[in-house]
Design a protein around this ligand. Sequence first.
Ligand code: NAP
Length: 322
Amino acid sequence: MTRRVLVLGGSGFVGRHFIEQLQRADIYVTVPTRRMIAARELWPLPFVTPLEADVTKPDVLARLVPGHDAVINLIGTLHGNQALFARLHGELPRQLAAACTASGVRRVLHVSALGVSADAPSRYLRTKAAGEDALRQVAQSGALDLTILRPSVIYGADDRFLNVFARLQRVFPVLAVPCANARFQPVWVRDVAEALVRCLSNRDAVGETLELAGPDVWTLRDLVRSAGKWSGVRGGRGRPVIGLPGALGSLQALFMEWMPGRPLLSRDNLASMKVASVASGKLPGLGALGIQAASLPAVAPTYLGRDGSIRRLDVYRQMAGR
Ligand SMILES: NC(=O)c1ccc[n+]([C@@H]2O[C@H](COP(=O)([O-])OP(=O)(O)OC[C@H]3O[C@@H](n4cnc5c(N)ncnc54)[C@H](OP(=O)(O)O)[C@@H]3O)[C@@H](O)[C@H]2O)c1
């Protein structure tokens, strides 16, 4: 029986939705965060204990893991140098496995990504593969009950994906998009959160690697176009979208890397898009957990539209059966 879980990366996009669902199951949640303010949306939740800690520092995980029935690792980044990617995606899972083994906490859910492999074209995908391997090795020795979840790109009311495409179209008359033919199978954040909750209580998920994807494959060009339409830009027609050739796309990414704040795009992101973020179909998916994946056109217009903030509540009302 799962009563108390430790969620690493719980302050993030997926974490907030997942923890909201854990609340409904009366599960106590500990959420370490580097800055308490990052977890502010979780503060009011009665079963959540946010605490300030940097889990990448030595011994912090060894201190935090004991006393929990399971650990869920949602930590990840799309931006940073090689050292940060290696530390967060490769080394942290290794340290997590060691902390779990030392304290006898067996159940671990680890969120990776579709397309990971040791010879993938991007640091993101290669280091994510290293993290999977580190955990899998310990699980194969019998010390962990591991489930790995590999989502495609994740969308939802507060995403930094379709919302960004929509916002850009409110500002620019034309959108120039690199890797316009890159393929994705977007999955709703609520379905990802539900998958995590079901994995916690489902022993059949132990030892599995699951591919989390929506029902349809989209090109990046079509996703950008649709975000413009669904957000009501130009009376619902959206802006024209043009594909940038490879070299220009890299220049655009380089420029964005140097802009202040979190970059919209990096050259490593472009490299990741060389691999389709699409389920292979060889591994179990949401269906294996009894979840029927939401369709993007059914959900995205409810939060991207001009009246999205009101219609978004309808989605929640519908889910609450009210
Ligand atoms: N969103 C997607 O479309 C998508 C697609 C495929 C896979 N994934 C994977 O799914 C997981 C969750 O994604 P998400 O969108 O929820 O991510 P997110 O919103 O960016 O949140 C990431 C979390 O990681 C923590 N984190 C980031 N950098 C860190 C650092 N340097 N040291 C320690 N902690 C750090 C943050 O914690 P604090 O700031 O609170 O410390 C944050 O809560 C990630 O592993 C991601 O790679 C996401």
